[in-house]
Ligand binder design. Structure first.
Ligand SMILES: [Fe+2]
Length: 252
């Protein structure tokens, strides 16, 4: 399995504190059958402005991590991208050294949990015109979508695709988030499932239990969410959509 969305690069956001914590998280990931992680440190998120983390800091920490897991013989591959906070400058990030994925074809975007800005539509049009597909990070955790699922449909119709958090499927963020995640799955609107792992304590990798739920729902096709689509993402190929196999509500 490939985990798309996590904060394992140490010391650059609210994710892993140091290499030892990252190591602990990666060993946990390996125990779940994860072979690759696409690391997505927060980029331009105002919450971390006071830390003044530069792109070079992230690149340096990433390379140190790659050298470290090599020296420790930890059998997992790390790819670098980012979780980009929405500001009306996304088009400028299409040439950023690591913000995009798949030769510049995909961009993972997060919003403030309470506000999906109206200017998103204008920015999406600019991105799509430039050949970049926006991937919305954990849409089930945004209040406007929890309150009105039509807001998700609108984002979908604009040309966005979606990544759901494993913790949302498992109920770690509460019932409202879990119900919204299930709505995305039921509507066949999920393209990726990612851990959004932040630490080795209460937000670690939990892809395996979440995928067991998804397998009950989608059967073998669930693999598309954690194998086929992340591989396609890395290669800059088209992403596959899923069709549901049975009613989610019949699953225990
Ligand atoms: Fe995240």
């Amino acid at each position: 399995m490939i985990d798309f969305h996590n904060h394992i690069i140490p010391g650059v956001d609210d994710g892993a504190n140091d290499l030892l914590e990252t190591k602990e998280m990666l060993l946990h990931a390996i125990s779940q059958g994860i072979t690759d992680v696409i690391a997505t440190p927060h980029l331009q998120n105002p919450r971390f402005d006071d830390k003044q983390i530069t792109d070079n800091d992230i690149l340096t920490s990433y390379h140190e991590l790659v050298d470290y897991i090599d020296s420790q013989k930890i059998a997992i591959k790390i790819h670098l991208s980012a979780e980009v906070f929405f500001l009306p400058n996304l088009i400028k990030l299409t040439n950023h050294p690591f913000a995009t994925l798949g030769n510049g074809r995909y961009l993972l975007i997060e919003f403030h949990h309470a506000i999906i800005p109206l200017s998103f539509k204008t920015e999406v049009i600019k991105l799509l015109d430039a050949g970049v597909i926006p991937i919305i990070a954990h849409p089930e955790r945004y209040i406007q979508i929890q309150d009105d699922f039509n807001n998700a449909i609108r984002l979908h119709k604009l040309g966005s695709i979606f990544q759901i958090d494993t913790g949302s499927i498992l109920g770690h963020y509460g019932t409202k988030v879990q119900k919204t995640a299930i709505k995305f799955l039921s509507a066949g609107l999920v393209n990726f499932v990612g851990s959004d792992a932040h630490n080795s304590r209460n937000r670690n990798f939990c892809l395996e239990p979440a995928m067991k739920k998804c397998e009950q729902y989608f059967g073998h096709d669930a693999e598309i969410l954690v194998n086929d689509n992340p591989l396609r993402l890395l290669a800059g190929k088209d992403i596959i959509s899923l069709k549901k196999k049975k009613s989610w509500f019949s699953i225990k």
